[in-house]
Design a protein around this ligand. Structure first.
Ligand code: GDP
Length: 524
């Protein structure tokens, strides 16, 4: 299959992940400055009041200055097509971030040089390790006083268990950023400060002798530390990186735009492109096999003008051509792709073709859910995306009793989209489902969307549970009537035992030693 406008350049598909405030939005803008943007699929960057593409599908987003939705930004760089899959920055939306990570081949982890490894940094590193996603670490904000470079390397090795293998090493301590030593050739990439730092930062290369003459002690120290690192086996090892045992490290400043081009260069040289994808039955689709893709995100009500459902799918194999009719693996039914689009703010443009690694937005995709597979040719079904252990629970009830049909429909749709997990039990009945979330802000999103999209005001009452484990039918019987614990069912049939806290769980286990409890898959 070949289409006339098929852009066959190699792909790199990645996400930038970080604890909020580490500089993700700043870096995304800086990356766009170095690259030529091809298209933007509903990508959301920038905070309230800042320049940048700010999605407007929800008032809440604007009011809080955070991005709730996530899609992808596509650009050209160095003969490649780069897909930057956007992750929501707010820690409450970690569930969505986890899903997005199932669509990328590598991740760039931003670490604030002053703050080191923050809670969200740790969680995200762990998810990448579990998923086998290679991570390039970028120590950001080196222009500001912070921790020592060697200390940061120790933190990564000890707290995350990944061997840091710096590709560049800072010259001048944090707060006195002169540039970096390029550990590949031992040369100096000098940073020249420009007024405001708004444009591309000028970078000048010098050989070691010139660097010593120019930077003196700061250069000697960088060289010495570079040698210490080599003696400690901290040189880039492609095999260890791809196997998720080591992480190449770069130093820079997203705000001053220093080291940003280098991140892109390394993505092309060390990060992997799209590889084979393994299906539920263990069979493998290679990128050049027939078309297949999986849905990693579903989004509704993006704005008033397009009140429909958009499913974002990552192409795993073959060539996607708009108009092709594919098969939806879960239902076995045909799915027409004549409305495949990318979305830029309010604007939508058609996608004509896409290759493995690319992200396509499928409009009117009411049947598609996160984790679903679509394919052409021989049948294939990719494994579902792991759901994460909810830590916040609330009951939802319909305030206007006359609208119970809309209430049911809305709750069902938000459950299918993965906006929230919906749990039920015979005791509670259908009118009072329990909503379960990874972050409490998911509740506010559900409440706002129930009102805006289904015209149903809902009341939420927080439950004092904070822990969920998978159990079985026997577990449900054992826990009936126990205070501080309850068994609820997800729509996929999984039974979750929920507990107020780990002490309550331990006490219940002492009473019922036979109780079957297991952590949620890939829960962190
Ligand atoms: P996000 O929450 O991760 O998207 O972080 P932002 O990109 O919004 O950055 C948070 C704050 O850190 C903003 O005030 C940025 O201007 C600032 N910032 C980002 N990168 C740098 C940097 O390299 N150096 C300095 N000094 N500040 C930075």
């Amino acid at each position: 299959m070949s289409a006339p406008d098929l852009d066959e350049r190699p792909r790199r598909t990645f996400a930038v992940i970080s604890h909020p405030d580490a500089g993700k939005s700043t870096l995304t803008e800086a990356l766009a400055l170095h690259a030529s943007v091809i298209s933007e699929a509903g990508a959301v960057h920038g905070k309230a009041g800042r320049r940048g593409t700010v999605s407007d599908w929800m008032e809440m987003e604007r009011a809080r200055g955070i991005s709730i939705t996530s899609a992808a930004l596509q650009f050209s760089y160095g003969g490649h097509v780069v897909n930057l899959v956007d992750t929501p920055g707010h820690s409450d939306f970690s569930e969505d971030t986890y899903r997005v990570l199932s669509a990328v081949d590598s991740a760039v982890m931003l670490v604030d040089a002053a703050k080191g490894l923050e809670p969200q940094t740790m969680k995200l590193f762990k998810v990448c390790t579990l998923r086998g996603i290679p991570v390039i670490t970028v120590i950001n904000k080196w222009d500001r006083p912070g921790l020592e470079a060697l200390e940061l390397m120790d933190l990564i090795e000890q707290q995350i268990g990944l061997k840091p293998t710096p590709l560049t090493w800072p010259v001048g301590e944090s707060g006195d950023f002169r540039g970096v030593l390029d550990r590949r050739d031992g040369g100096f990439i000098a940073y020249t400060r420009t007024a405001g730092g708004a444009t591309r930062a000028p970078e000048r290369r010098m050989d070691p002798a010139e660097a010593l003459a120019s930077e003196g002690e700061a250069w000697s120290r960088a060289e010495e530390e570079h040698e210490l690192l080599s003696a400690d086996d901290a040189d880039h090892d492609p095999e260890a990186f791809l196997a998720g045992r080591s992480t190449p490290v770069l130093f820079g400043s997203a705000l001053l735009n220093f080291g940003v081009a280098r991140i892109l260069d390394e993505l092309l040289t060390v990060a992997p492109g799209p590889g084979p994808t393994t299906a539920v039955d263990g069979s493998v689709r290679r990128p050049d096999d027939e078309f297949s893709a999986f849905v990693f995100k579903v989004q509704s009500g993006m704005n008033a003008a397009h009140r429909d459902r958009l499913a974002y799918a990552r192409v795993c194999s073959g060539v996607f051509e708009r108009g092709m009719v594919v098969t939806h693996a879960r239902t076995g039914r045909p799915f027409a792709t004549k409305y495949a689009q990318t979305v830029m703010g309010r604007e939508r443009t058609s996608v004509e073709t896409a290759l493995p690694g690319d992200i396509v937005g499928l409009v009117n995709a009411a049947a598609l859910r996160p984790g679903d597979t679509i394919y052409a040719g021989p049948a294939v079904d990719y494994p579902p995306i792991a759901t994460f252990a909810p830590e916040h629970f609330a009951t939802a009830s319909n305030v206007e009793t006359g609208r119970s049909k809309q209430f049911r429909k809305g709750i069902e749709q938000l459950d299918q989209e993965g906006a929230i997990q919906v749990l039920r039990s015979d005791v509670r009945g259908d009118a009072n489902p329990v909503l379960a979330a990874v972050g409490p802000m998911q509740f506010e999103v559900v409440q706002a969307r129930m009102q805006a999209e289904f015209g149903v005001p809902i009341r939420l009452e927080t439950l004092s549970y904070s822990l969920a484990r998978v159990t079985d039918a026997a577990g449900a019987e054992m826990l009936a009537g126990t205070s501080g614990a309850e068994v609820l069912s997800r729509s996929d049939g999984t039974r979750l035992a929920v507990f107020a806290d780990k002490w309550r769980m331990a006490s219940v286990l002492r009473q019922h030693p036979d109780l079957h409890l297991e952590p949620l898959p890939a829960g962190v």
